[in-house]
Design a protein around this ligand. Sequence first.
Ligand code: SF4
Length: 161
Amino acid sequence: MLKKILRSESCAKCRVCCGFDDGDKWEIPLIFAEDRRAVEEKLGVKLAERGGEFVFDMEFDGDKVVYCPAAGEHGCTLGEHKPFDCLIWPFRVNSLGELRVITVSPVCGTVSELPLKTLSEFVNADGFADKLFKKAREHPDIVKPYIDGYPILAVENNPKM
Ligand code: SF4
């Protein structure tokens, strides 16, 4: 989904978005109910329910980074069942007051090196922003609160569509 700006080889080498600690465990990807069985069978894990959808049941120890159970040596092992959160990361749908916005996380070094103009053009081209907002309406739990300082690249125009 992000091939134009982020090569899969870069992700496989980095994996920063696949490790979590106690402070960012809210970033653990949401696994949609329709993918639950396939993910559980592939990884031999039991997912934890969160608001009708699912997340990996991971234990944290302060600042120690714990890798997602789906993270392999060369990247994500979930293939077609890779969570939507991960397909679009480092972009995020955030709530900001009454608004929903698309932001970019500065944690991804590769994408953060690109000019904001390039990122804004990417997000607003080819229906990418609309796709994210539509998915957020279908699965509201992928919407996370806005974090101060994260660049805003798009604002939802037609929340009812
Ligand atoms: S599901 Fe895959 S891409 Fe997402 S955090 Fe886990 S290993 Fe990384």
